[in-house]
Design a protein around this ligand. Structure first.
Ligand SMILES: [Zn+2]
Length: 489
Protein backbone atom coordinates (compact mmCIF):
# COMPACT_ATOMS: atom_id res chain seq x y z
CA UNK A 1 0.00 0.00 0.00
CA UNK A 2 1.30 3.47 -0.84
CA UNK A 3 2.84 5.29 2.08
CA UNK A 4 1.32 8.68 1.33
CA UNK A 5 -1.82 10.71 1.86
CA UNK A 6 -4.60 9.95 -0.61
CA UNK A 7 -7.63 12.13 -1.36
CA UNK A 8 -10.85 11.85 -3.34
CA UNK A 9 -14.06 13.85 -3.65
CA UNK A 10 -17.62 12.80 -4.64
CA UNK A 11 -20.95 14.67 -4.86
CA UNK A 12 -23.85 13.47 -2.76
CA UNK A 13 -26.92 14.96 -1.13
CA UNK A 14 -28.45 15.41 2.28
CA UNK A 15 -31.53 13.18 2.47
CA UNK A 16 -33.52 15.52 4.74
CA UNK A 17 -32.97 18.79 2.92
CA UNK A 18 -35.44 20.20 0.42
CA UNK A 19 -33.77 23.33 -0.89
CA UNK A 20 -30.00 22.91 -1.00
CA UNK A 21 -29.33 19.24 -0.42
CA UNK A 22 -25.97 19.17 -2.27
CA UNK A 23 -23.14 17.78 -0.12
CA UNK A 24 -19.53 17.18 -1.14
CA UNK A 25 -18.01 14.04 0.36
CA UNK A 26 -14.23 14.33 0.78
CA UNK A 27 -12.08 11.37 1.74
CA UNK A 28 -8.53 11.60 3.07
CA UNK A 29 -6.53 8.46 3.84
CA UNK A 30 -3.29 9.10 5.71
CA UNK A 31 -0.69 6.52 6.70
CA UNK A 32 -0.32 5.87 10.40
CA UNK A 33 -2.52 4.89 13.31
CA UNK A 34 -5.95 3.60 12.16
CA UNK A 35 -8.43 6.25 13.22
CA UNK A 36 -11.73 6.94 11.46
CA UNK A 37 -13.61 10.19 11.69
CA UNK A 38 -16.58 11.72 9.95
CA UNK A 39 -16.67 15.51 10.25
CA UNK A 40 -19.14 18.15 9.03
CA UNK A 41 -22.06 18.01 11.50
CA UNK A 42 -22.58 14.29 11.00
CA UNK A 43 -25.39 12.86 13.15
CA UNK A 44 -26.55 9.39 14.15
CA UNK A 45 -26.54 7.12 11.11
CA UNK A 46 -23.82 9.10 9.32
CA UNK A 47 -21.36 8.64 12.19
CA UNK A 48 -21.88 4.88 12.01
CA UNK A 49 -21.43 4.71 8.25
CA UNK A 50 -17.73 3.73 8.36
CA UNK A 51 -18.59 0.60 10.34
CA UNK A 52 -21.13 -0.45 7.70
CA UNK A 53 -18.70 0.41 4.91
CA UNK A 54 -15.89 -1.67 6.44
CA UNK A 55 -18.14 -4.75 6.43
CA UNK A 56 -19.58 -4.00 2.98
CA UNK A 57 -16.17 -3.54 1.35
CA UNK A 58 -15.06 -6.88 2.78
CA UNK A 59 -18.25 -8.59 1.58
CA UNK A 60 -17.78 -7.20 -1.95
CA UNK A 61 -14.17 -8.39 -2.12
CA UNK A 62 -12.42 -5.07 -1.53
CA UNK A 63 -10.00 -4.11 1.23
CA UNK A 64 -10.75 -1.53 3.87
CA UNK A 65 -7.60 0.63 3.65
CA UNK A 66 -5.14 0.79 6.51
CA UNK A 67 -4.28 4.10 8.07
CA UNK A 68 -6.42 6.97 9.24
CA UNK A 69 -9.56 7.76 7.24
CA UNK A 70 -11.17 11.18 7.52
CA UNK A 71 -14.48 11.87 5.83
CA UNK A 72 -15.54 15.49 5.50
CA UNK A 73 -19.10 16.39 4.56
CA UNK A 74 -19.29 19.93 3.20
CA UNK A 75 -20.86 22.45 3.70
CA UNK A 76 -19.90 22.03 7.35
CA UNK A 77 -22.74 24.14 8.77
CA UNK A 78 -25.68 21.92 7.80
CA UNK A 79 -26.62 18.88 9.80
CA UNK A 80 -26.28 15.57 7.94
CA UNK A 81 -28.37 12.62 8.95
CA UNK A 82 -29.52 9.34 7.45
CA UNK A 83 -27.60 6.63 5.68
CA UNK A 84 -27.51 8.04 2.12
CA UNK A 85 -23.81 8.90 2.40
CA UNK A 86 -22.71 5.24 2.75
CA UNK A 87 -22.38 4.60 -0.98
CA UNK A 88 -20.53 7.83 -1.91
CA UNK A 89 -18.18 7.39 1.07
CA UNK A 90 -17.47 3.76 0.13
CA UNK A 91 -16.81 4.68 -3.51
CA UNK A 92 -14.68 7.62 -2.40
CA UNK A 93 -12.57 5.31 -0.23
CA UNK A 94 -12.10 2.85 -3.13
CA UNK A 95 -11.20 5.73 -5.44
CA UNK A 96 -8.78 7.36 -3.01
CA UNK A 97 -7.18 4.01 -2.24
CA UNK A 98 -6.68 3.16 -5.91
CA UNK A 99 -8.96 0.11 -5.79
CA UNK A 100 -11.09 1.37 -8.67
CA UNK A 101 -10.51 3.42 -11.83
CA UNK A 102 -11.70 7.00 -11.50
CA UNK A 103 -11.71 8.36 -15.08
CA UNK A 104 -15.51 8.52 -15.26
CA UNK A 105 -15.73 10.23 -11.88
CA UNK A 106 -13.11 12.77 -12.89
CA UNK A 107 -14.49 13.49 -16.36
CA UNK A 108 -18.06 14.32 -15.36
CA UNK A 109 -20.05 15.35 -12.32
CA UNK A 110 -21.95 12.54 -10.59
CA UNK A 111 -24.54 12.55 -7.87
CA UNK A 112 -24.28 9.42 -5.72
CA UNK A 113 -26.63 8.37 -2.91
CA UNK A 114 -27.39 5.06 -1.22
CA UNK A 115 -27.34 3.12 2.00
CA UNK A 116 -25.09 0.04 2.28
CA UNK A 117 -25.95 -3.14 4.11
CA UNK A 118 -23.20 -5.21 5.75
CA UNK A 119 -23.28 -7.62 2.80
CA UNK A 120 -22.77 -4.74 0.29
CA UNK A 121 -26.31 -4.44 -1.01
CA UNK A 122 -27.57 -0.93 -1.74
CA UNK A 123 -30.79 0.14 -0.02
CA UNK A 124 -33.17 2.98 -1.04
CA UNK A 125 -32.93 6.31 0.77
CA UNK A 126 -35.13 9.37 1.35
CA UNK A 127 -34.75 12.71 -0.37
CA UNK A 128 -33.67 11.49 -3.80
CA UNK A 129 -36.06 13.66 -5.80
CA UNK A 130 -35.02 17.05 -4.32
CA UNK A 131 -31.40 15.89 -4.66
CA UNK A 132 -31.72 15.16 -8.40
CA UNK A 133 -33.67 18.39 -8.95
CA UNK A 134 -30.88 20.38 -7.26
CA UNK A 135 -28.10 18.46 -9.02
CA UNK A 136 -29.72 19.02 -12.42
CA UNK A 137 -29.75 22.77 -11.75
CA UNK A 138 -26.01 22.52 -11.05
CA UNK A 139 -25.45 20.83 -14.42
CA UNK A 140 -25.03 17.28 -13.10
CA UNK A 141 -26.48 14.69 -15.47
CA UNK A 142 -25.04 11.42 -14.11
CA UNK A 143 -26.57 9.77 -11.11
CA UNK A 144 -25.99 6.55 -9.17
CA UNK A 145 -28.88 5.53 -6.98
CA UNK A 146 -30.30 2.49 -5.21
CA UNK A 147 -32.53 0.43 -7.50
CA UNK A 148 -35.44 1.08 -5.14
CA UNK A 149 -35.20 4.82 -5.85
CA UNK A 150 -35.70 4.41 -9.62
CA UNK A 151 -39.31 5.72 -9.50
CA UNK A 152 -38.04 9.15 -8.35
CA UNK A 153 -35.38 9.25 -11.09
CA UNK A 154 -37.99 8.42 -13.74
CA UNK A 155 -39.37 11.94 -13.33
CA UNK A 156 -36.21 13.38 -14.93
CA UNK A 157 -36.01 12.62 -18.66
CA UNK A 158 -32.48 12.99 -20.04
CA UNK A 159 -30.66 12.20 -16.80
CA UNK A 160 -28.23 9.26 -16.98
CA UNK A 161 -29.18 7.10 -14.05
CA UNK A 162 -27.46 3.98 -12.81
CA UNK A 163 -29.91 2.25 -10.47
CA UNK A 164 -27.81 -0.28 -8.56
CA UNK A 165 -28.54 -3.22 -6.30
CA UNK A 166 -25.05 -3.61 -4.84
CA UNK A 167 -21.73 -1.85 -4.39
CA UNK A 168 -20.08 -3.87 -7.17
CA UNK A 169 -22.64 -2.67 -9.72
CA UNK A 170 -21.87 0.95 -8.81
CA UNK A 171 -18.14 0.30 -9.30
CA UNK A 172 -18.85 -1.40 -12.65
CA UNK A 173 -20.77 1.64 -13.87
CA UNK A 174 -18.04 4.07 -12.80
CA UNK A 175 -15.34 1.89 -14.37
CA UNK A 176 -17.30 1.75 -17.65
CA UNK A 177 -17.95 -1.99 -17.45
CA UNK A 178 -21.68 -1.36 -17.41
CA UNK A 179 -23.31 1.35 -19.52
CA UNK A 180 -26.18 3.50 -18.30
CA UNK A 181 -28.95 4.84 -20.46
CA UNK A 182 -30.63 8.21 -20.19
CA UNK A 183 -34.17 8.23 -18.78
CA UNK A 184 -36.70 8.43 -21.58
CA UNK A 185 -39.88 10.33 -21.02
CA UNK A 186 -42.21 7.81 -19.49
CA UNK A 187 -45.78 8.85 -19.88
CA UNK A 188 -47.92 6.48 -17.91
CA UNK A 189 -51.67 6.45 -17.84
CA UNK A 190 -52.73 7.80 -14.45
CA UNK A 191 -53.90 5.16 -12.02
CA UNK A 192 -57.64 5.18 -11.37
CA UNK A 193 -58.56 7.06 -8.22
CA UNK A 194 -59.76 5.06 -5.25
CA UNK A 195 -62.13 7.86 -4.22
CA UNK A 196 -65.84 7.02 -3.96
CA UNK A 197 -68.03 8.52 -6.71
CA UNK A 198 -70.38 11.44 -6.03
CA UNK A 199 -73.01 9.44 -7.94
CA UNK A 200 -73.55 7.28 -4.83
CA UNK A 201 -74.33 10.29 -2.64
CA UNK A 202 -78.09 10.51 -2.25
CA UNK A 203 -80.07 13.68 -1.70
CA UNK A 204 -77.28 16.12 -0.85
CA UNK A 205 -77.32 18.13 -4.08
CA UNK A 206 -76.61 21.48 -2.43
CA UNK A 207 -73.68 20.13 -0.41
CA UNK A 208 -72.20 18.36 -3.41
CA UNK A 209 -72.37 21.52 -5.51
CA UNK A 210 -70.70 23.53 -2.73
CA UNK A 211 -67.93 20.93 -2.49
CA UNK A 212 -67.41 21.08 -6.25
CA UNK A 213 -67.11 24.89 -5.97
CA UNK A 214 -64.65 24.42 -3.10
CA UNK A 215 -62.56 22.07 -5.25
CA UNK A 216 -62.56 24.50 -8.18
CA UNK A 217 -61.47 27.52 -6.13
CA UNK A 218 -59.46 25.65 -3.46
CA UNK A 219 -61.62 27.07 -0.66
CA UNK A 220 -61.31 25.68 2.87
CA UNK A 221 -64.41 23.78 3.95
CA UNK A 222 -65.97 22.59 7.20
CA UNK A 223 -68.84 20.08 7.01
CA UNK A 224 -70.95 19.92 10.17
CA UNK A 225 -73.73 17.43 10.74
CA UNK A 226 -74.93 14.41 12.74
CA UNK A 227 -73.35 10.96 12.43
CA UNK A 228 -74.44 9.05 9.33
CA UNK A 229 -75.34 12.10 7.24
CA UNK A 230 -72.60 11.40 4.70
CA UNK A 231 -70.00 14.07 5.65
CA UNK A 232 -67.05 11.69 5.46
CA UNK A 233 -68.27 10.07 2.27
CA UNK A 234 -68.75 13.42 0.51
CA UNK A 235 -65.38 14.71 1.68
CA UNK A 236 -63.70 11.57 0.36
CA UNK A 237 -65.50 11.94 -2.98
CA UNK A 238 -63.68 15.26 -3.40
CA UNK A 239 -60.47 13.38 -4.11
CA UNK A 240 -61.95 12.30 -7.43
CA UNK A 241 -62.79 15.83 -8.65
CA UNK A 242 -59.70 17.87 -7.78
CA UNK A 243 -58.48 19.99 -10.71
CA UNK A 244 -55.49 18.90 -12.79
CA UNK A 245 -52.12 20.44 -11.89
CA UNK A 246 -48.95 21.62 -13.53
CA UNK A 247 -45.86 19.46 -13.81
CA UNK A 248 -43.84 21.95 -11.78
CA UNK A 249 -46.33 21.78 -8.88
CA UNK A 250 -46.38 17.98 -9.16
CA UNK A 251 -42.58 17.93 -8.95
CA UNK A 252 -42.55 20.29 -5.95
CA UNK A 253 -45.16 18.19 -4.14
CA UNK A 254 -43.47 14.87 -4.91
CA UNK A 255 -40.15 16.21 -3.56
CA UNK A 256 -41.85 16.58 -0.17
CA UNK A 257 -43.11 12.99 -0.34
CA UNK A 258 -39.62 11.86 -1.34
CA UNK A 259 -38.25 13.27 1.94
CA UNK A 260 -40.63 11.00 3.84
CA UNK A 261 -40.65 7.82 1.79
CA UNK A 262 -38.11 6.43 -0.70
CA UNK A 263 -39.25 5.19 -4.10
CA UNK A 264 -42.01 7.75 -4.74
CA UNK A 265 -42.89 8.16 -8.41
CA UNK A 266 -44.02 11.58 -9.61
CA UNK A 267 -47.50 12.16 -8.18
CA UNK A 268 -50.00 11.94 -11.01
CA UNK A 269 -52.76 13.84 -9.28
CA UNK A 270 -53.17 16.23 -6.40
CA UNK A 271 -52.62 14.53 -3.04
CA UNK A 272 -55.55 13.88 -0.72
CA UNK A 273 -54.23 13.27 2.77
CA UNK A 274 -56.45 12.10 5.60
CA UNK A 275 -54.47 11.66 8.81
CA UNK A 276 -56.28 10.07 11.74
CA UNK A 277 -57.17 12.39 14.63
CA UNK A 278 -54.64 10.60 16.83
CA UNK A 279 -51.78 11.97 14.66
CA UNK A 280 -49.03 13.68 16.68
CA UNK A 281 -48.32 17.37 16.27
CA UNK A 282 -45.01 16.48 14.55
CA UNK A 283 -46.83 13.98 12.33
CA UNK A 284 -49.28 16.68 11.25
CA UNK A 285 -46.95 19.67 10.98
CA UNK A 286 -43.56 18.01 10.47
CA UNK A 287 -40.58 17.51 12.77
CA UNK A 288 -38.51 14.75 14.29
CA UNK A 289 -34.90 13.71 13.84
CA UNK A 290 -33.98 13.57 11.05
CA UNK A 291 -36.45 16.26 10.12
CA UNK A 292 -39.39 15.05 8.04
CA UNK A 293 -42.31 16.90 6.48
CA UNK A 294 -45.72 16.37 8.10
CA UNK A 295 -49.18 15.82 6.66
CA UNK A 296 -49.64 19.55 5.94
CA UNK A 297 -46.68 19.37 3.54
CA UNK A 298 -47.63 16.00 2.08
CA UNK A 299 -50.96 17.67 1.23
CA UNK A 300 -49.14 20.51 -0.61
CA UNK A 301 -51.03 21.28 -3.82
CA UNK A 302 -53.94 19.09 -2.74
CA UNK A 303 -56.33 18.47 0.13
CA UNK A 304 -55.80 17.89 3.84
CA UNK A 305 -58.92 16.14 5.12
CA UNK A 306 -59.39 16.21 8.88
CA UNK A 307 -62.36 14.10 9.91
CA UNK A 308 -63.65 14.54 13.49
CA UNK A 309 -61.89 17.91 13.66
CA UNK A 310 -62.39 18.57 17.43
CA UNK A 311 -60.73 15.24 18.25
CA UNK A 312 -57.34 16.41 16.94
CA UNK A 313 -54.71 17.50 19.44
CA UNK A 314 -55.30 21.22 20.24
CA UNK A 315 -51.60 22.01 19.64
CA UNK A 316 -51.79 20.39 16.22
CA UNK A 317 -54.90 22.40 15.30
CA UNK A 318 -53.31 25.66 16.45
CA UNK A 319 -50.26 24.80 14.37
CA UNK A 320 -52.45 24.78 11.23
CA UNK A 321 -52.67 28.57 11.36
CA UNK A 322 -49.22 29.21 9.91
CA UNK A 323 -49.54 26.90 6.88
CA UNK A 324 -53.13 28.05 6.25
CA UNK A 325 -52.01 31.68 6.32
CA UNK A 326 -48.65 31.44 4.59
CA UNK A 327 -48.68 28.21 2.60
CA UNK A 328 -45.59 26.92 4.40
CA UNK A 329 -44.45 25.58 7.76
CA UNK A 330 -41.33 26.64 9.60
CA UNK A 331 -39.74 23.86 11.63
CA UNK A 332 -36.84 24.31 13.96
CA UNK A 333 -33.92 21.99 13.74
CA UNK A 334 -30.71 21.77 15.80
CA UNK A 335 -28.94 24.47 13.82
CA UNK A 336 -31.56 26.80 12.43
CA UNK A 337 -34.89 26.35 10.73
CA UNK A 338 -36.22 24.53 7.69
CA UNK A 339 -39.26 25.62 5.72
CA UNK A 340 -41.45 23.18 3.87
CA UNK A 341 -44.19 24.29 1.45
CA UNK A 342 -47.66 23.37 2.72
CA UNK A 343 -50.18 25.10 0.54
CA UNK A 344 -53.18 22.83 0.95
CA UNK A 345 -56.95 23.06 0.87
CA UNK A 346 -58.44 22.16 4.24
CA UNK A 347 -61.51 19.95 4.19
CA UNK A 348 -62.76 19.22 7.70
CA UNK A 349 -65.77 17.45 9.14
CA UNK A 350 -67.28 17.38 12.62
CA UNK A 351 -70.38 16.56 14.61
CA UNK A 352 -72.18 19.60 16.03
CA UNK A 353 -71.73 18.24 19.59
CA UNK A 354 -70.24 15.17 21.35
CA UNK A 355 -73.39 13.05 20.88
CA UNK A 356 -73.80 14.39 17.35
CA UNK A 357 -77.46 15.41 17.43
CA UNK A 358 -77.50 19.09 18.41
CA UNK A 359 -79.79 21.02 16.00
CA UNK A 360 -81.06 17.71 14.65
CA UNK A 361 -84.79 17.61 13.87
CA UNK A 362 -85.23 13.86 14.38
CA UNK A 363 -83.23 13.14 17.54
CA UNK A 364 -82.62 14.88 20.81
CA UNK A 365 -79.15 15.99 21.82
CA UNK A 366 -78.13 14.39 25.10
CA UNK A 367 -75.21 16.74 25.82
CA UNK A 368 -75.16 19.32 28.57
CA UNK A 369 -74.70 22.95 27.57
CA UNK A 370 -71.26 22.93 29.13
CA UNK A 371 -70.11 19.85 27.21
CA UNK A 372 -71.39 21.31 23.97
CA UNK A 373 -69.55 24.57 24.57
CA UNK A 374 -66.32 22.81 25.50
CA UNK A 375 -66.52 20.66 22.39
CA UNK A 376 -66.97 23.63 20.10
CA UNK A 377 -64.28 25.63 21.90
CA UNK A 378 -61.71 23.02 20.86
CA UNK A 379 -61.61 24.72 17.49
CA UNK A 380 -60.32 28.23 17.97
CA UNK A 381 -61.86 31.36 16.46
CA UNK A 382 -58.81 32.14 14.31
CA UNK A 383 -58.90 28.64 12.82
CA UNK A 384 -62.65 28.89 12.12
CA UNK A 385 -62.10 32.29 10.54
CA UNK A 386 -59.70 30.72 8.04
CA UNK A 387 -62.39 28.31 6.84
CA UNK A 388 -64.17 29.83 3.84
CA UNK A 389 -67.23 27.61 3.66
CA UNK A 390 -69.14 26.24 6.64
CA UNK A 391 -71.52 23.65 5.26
CA UNK A 392 -74.32 22.28 7.45
CA UNK A 393 -75.20 18.74 6.41
CA UNK A 394 -78.54 17.23 7.35
CA UNK A 395 -79.64 13.61 7.37
CA UNK A 396 -81.47 12.48 4.26
CA UNK A 397 -84.16 9.85 3.95
CA UNK A 398 -82.90 7.79 0.97
CA UNK A 399 -86.42 6.66 0.05
CA UNK A 400 -87.47 10.23 -0.78
CA UNK A 401 -84.66 10.73 -3.29
CA UNK A 402 -84.76 7.53 -5.22
CA UNK A 403 -85.79 9.17 -8.50
CA UNK A 404 -83.02 11.76 -8.62
CA UNK A 405 -80.50 11.48 -11.40
CA UNK A 406 -77.11 11.74 -9.68
CA UNK A 407 -74.16 13.55 -11.25
CA UNK A 408 -71.02 11.41 -11.46
CA UNK A 409 -67.62 12.49 -10.19
CA UNK A 410 -66.20 12.51 -13.72
CA UNK A 411 -68.83 15.05 -14.81
CA UNK A 412 -68.08 17.22 -11.76
CA UNK A 413 -64.33 16.84 -12.35
CA UNK A 414 -64.56 18.24 -15.88
CA UNK A 415 -66.53 21.24 -14.68
CA UNK A 416 -64.17 21.80 -11.75
CA UNK A 417 -61.16 21.62 -14.05
CA UNK A 418 -62.60 24.14 -16.52
CA UNK A 419 -63.51 26.53 -13.69
CA UNK A 420 -60.11 26.17 -12.07
CA UNK A 421 -58.35 26.99 -15.36
CA UNK A 422 -60.59 29.99 -15.93
CA UNK A 423 -59.85 31.30 -12.42
CA UNK A 424 -56.15 31.32 -13.26
CA UNK A 425 -56.26 32.42 -16.90
CA UNK A 426 -59.17 34.88 -17.04
CA UNK A 427 -60.67 35.32 -13.57
CA UNK A 428 -64.20 36.75 -13.58
CA UNK A 429 -64.42 40.38 -12.50
CA UNK A 430 -66.66 41.90 -9.85
CA UNK A 431 -68.19 45.18 -11.01
CA UNK A 432 -69.25 48.12 -8.85
CA UNK A 433 -72.89 47.08 -8.53
CA UNK A 434 -72.11 43.62 -7.20
CA UNK A 435 -69.41 45.04 -4.91
CA UNK A 436 -72.08 47.36 -3.45
CA UNK A 437 -74.43 44.42 -2.89
CA UNK A 438 -71.64 42.59 -1.08
CA UNK A 439 -70.70 45.54 1.14
CA UNK A 440 -74.33 46.25 2.06
CA UNK A 441 -75.08 42.62 2.91
CA UNK A 442 -71.96 41.95 4.94
CA UNK A 443 -72.47 45.16 6.93
CA UNK A 444 -75.68 43.61 8.25
CA UNK A 445 -73.99 40.27 8.96
CA UNK A 446 -71.14 41.82 10.92
CA UNK A 447 -68.43 39.56 9.52
CA UNK A 448 -64.67 40.09 9.47
CA UNK A 449 -62.67 41.60 6.61
CA UNK A 450 -61.15 38.18 6.07
CA UNK A 451 -64.66 36.80 5.50
CA UNK A 452 -65.47 39.58 3.02
CA UNK A 453 -62.33 38.76 1.05
CA UNK A 454 -63.26 35.10 1.16
CA UNK A 455 -66.79 35.81 -0.16
CA UNK A 456 -65.26 37.78 -3.05
CA UNK A 457 -63.11 34.78 -3.94
CA UNK A 458 -66.08 32.40 -3.69
CA UNK A 459 -68.14 34.71 -5.94
CA UNK A 460 -65.45 34.55 -8.61
CA UNK A 461 -65.38 30.77 -8.31
CA UNK A 462 -69.17 30.58 -8.75
CA UNK A 463 -68.96 32.80 -11.85
CA UNK A 464 -66.10 30.68 -13.26
CA UNK A 465 -68.13 27.56 -12.54
CA UNK A 466 -70.99 29.06 -14.59
CA UNK A 467 -68.51 30.05 -17.31
CA UNK A 468 -69.25 33.76 -16.87
CA UNK A 469 -66.77 36.61 -17.42
CA UNK A 470 -68.16 38.68 -14.57
CA UNK A 471 -69.81 37.99 -11.24
CA UNK A 472 -73.57 38.30 -11.64
CA UNK A 473 -76.24 38.93 -9.02
CA UNK A 474 -77.08 35.27 -8.42
CA UNK A 475 -73.38 34.33 -8.23
CA UNK A 476 -72.85 36.93 -5.51
CA UNK A 477 -75.99 35.76 -3.69
CA UNK A 478 -74.75 32.16 -3.71
CA UNK A 479 -71.31 33.25 -2.47
CA UNK A 480 -72.83 35.23 0.40
CA UNK A 481 -75.05 32.28 1.29
CA UNK A 482 -72.09 29.87 1.34
CA UNK A 483 -69.46 32.11 2.86
CA UNK A 484 -71.29 34.82 4.76
CA UNK A 485 -72.62 32.95 7.79
CA UNK A 486 -71.78 34.29 11.20
CA UNK A 487 -68.88 31.82 11.51
CA UNK A 488 -70.37 30.40 14.67
CA UNK A 489 -71.12 26.72 14.64
ZN1 LIG B 1 -75.26 16.37 21.72
Amino acid sequence: MPNRTRYFRIQSANPSSLYSPGVTVEIVITPGIPRHTVVGLAQGAVKESLDRIRAALGAAGYTFPRGAITVNLAPADTRKDGSAFDLPIALGILAADGQMRTDALQQAAWLIMGELTLDARVQPVEGVMPAILDARKEGVSNVILPRGNMPEASAFPGMHVGAVRCLKEAVDILEGAQAIQPITNLTQAPLPTTAPDFAIVIGQEACVRTLALAAAGSHNVLLTGPPGCGKTLMARCMEGILPSWSRSLALEATCLHSLRRPGMALLERRPFRRPHHSVSTAGLLGGGTPLRPGEVSLAHGGVLFLDELPEFHPGALEGLREPMEEGKVTLSRANGVEEYPSNFQLVAAMNPCPCGFADSPDRRCSCTDRRRKMYRARISGPLLDRIDMHIPVGRVDPARHIDRDPVSSSAWAQRVDRASTRLVEEPPVIDQTEEQVLIKTVASLGVSMRTVASIRRIAKTVAAFEEADRVQRDHMAEAIRIGGHSRLI
